[in-house]
Design a protein around this ligand. Structure first.
Ligand code: GLY
Length: 306
């Protein structure tokens, strides 16, 4: 069991949620705030009641997958061929248990499918048709893939078609994620996304990769990343952020140094949220906006920091 004991016994539960580092600051801030508030509330209903961190991060991410404004579940960006392919991963830090899915179609809540992979325990990452077969065997509900396509994303895709796939339109706006510490001292992290707009079918990004988009170790902390997936993968960003946290013991500093690494060595843009093993929160981003929401017993209601 990877967990630190504290003198006082029970830990203060804490939840941090992000809504992606690519949001346009001038576009629908109230809608983003409403979505973030309901996601933090969904996670806190679990965590504040004494529930497990892994259940809380799954609940928070599901809420954002169900919200059409975020790039995950319904509302995800479209591939070059106009389809939705989802990536997600989840990790619990006591035993480094983790599960992930990549390029999955016809499942509205990829994070819950990733959770099933984790709980099943045979594999860490299942992709494409194999992930769909696994979902069927696990009895998960399937959806019409077209039901995940929103008018907003369809419009973007049609614009791209009209400009013959002009370069520079790719964006990972709105990947979602959550990190939680529960009162037992267990850390969990989860991330879900539609990936980057106009990606090739079959492309899998950082959000499906443990150590890149998601990591949790109850002796160190938990991380969820957002941004340019290829750059995040190059620098194994989530795990590297925890290394910085271990060295500096300062959540905000570790988050900033990790984002500097993404920009300078990874040659990409993005952001991340993290909690240290005591529940101290940090976040940073290199983009103009990354919606962040926080909740702990000291707060009367979810605190939005954007
Ligand atoms: N960070 C999301 C992606 O690139 O797929």
């Amino acid at each position: 069991m990877r967990r630190r004991e504290t003198a006082g016994g029970a830990r203060v539960p804490t939840l941090i949620v992000h809504g992606g580092a690519g949001a346009d600051p001038a576009d629908g801030r109230d809608e983003l705030r409403a979505g973030m508030r309901s996601a933090v509330a969904a996670g806190w209903r679990v965590l504040g009641d004494g529930g497990r961190a892994v259940d809380a991060v799954e609940a928070a991410v599901r809420a954002l997958e169900d919200h059409p404004r975020f790039n995950a579940g319904r509302g995800a960006v479209l591939t070059a061929t106009g389809t939705v392919e989802l990536d997600a991963s989840i990790m619990e830090g006591d035993r480094l248990r983790c599960g992930a899915v990549g390029a999955v179609r016809g499942i509205a809540n990829a994070i819950t499918l990733a959770r099933r992979v984790m709980d099943d325990g045979r594999h860490v990452l299942i992709v494409g048709d194999g992930a769909l077969q696994f979902a069927r065997a696990a009895g998960m509900p399937e959806c019409d893939p077209a039901s995940l396509v929103t008018e907003r994303q369809r419009g973007r895709w049609l614009d791209r078609e009209r400009t013959a796939g002009a370069a520079g339109t790719a964006s990972a706006a709105g990947t979602v994620g959550a990190v939680a510490l529960d009162r037992h001292g267990t850390m969990a992290a989860a991330t879900s996304t539609g990936g980057i707009f106009g990606k090739l079918p079959g492309r899998v990004g950082d959000s499906a990769l443990i150590g890149s988009g998601t990591y949790a170790d109850s002796t160190l902390g938990g991380v969820s990343c957002t941004g340019d997936g290829e750059a995040i993968i190059r620098v194994a960003l989530a795990r590297r952020a925890l290394d910085y946290l271990k060295e500096a013991d300062d959540a905000t500093y570790a988050a900033q140094v990790a984002v500097d690494l993404l920009v300078e060595e990874g040659q990409g843009q993005g952001g991340l949220i993290l909690l240290d093993w005591r529940g101290r929160a940090g976040y940073a981003h290199s983009t103009p906006l990354m919606p962040v929401g926080l909740m702990s017993p000291a707060l009367p209601e979810p605190r939005l920091e954007f």
